[in-house]
Design a protein around this ligand. Structure first.
Ligand code: ZN
Length: 57
């Protein structure tokens, strides 16, 4: 068996208001090439805010 290429990438979702990284998730690079953006609850802002994809280091 040949080694599989890593297509699933771990990413963090950062709040666009306070810039904190509140969530981690994964995405498939083959099917999802654009940046992820989603409405998530931010416990620091205590409301739903837009979270954008950032890299995990
Ligand atoms: Zn926030």
């Amino acid at each position: 068996m040949a080694a599989k290429k890593q297509t699933v990438e771990l990413i963090a979702l950062a709040c666009t208001e306070c810039k904190r990284r509140n969530y981690t998730t994964s995405k498939n690079r083959k099917t999802q090439q654009e940046k992820l953006e989603m409405m998530k609850y931010c416990k620091w802002d205590r409301k739903h805010t837009l979270h954008k994809e950032t890299k995990i280091k």
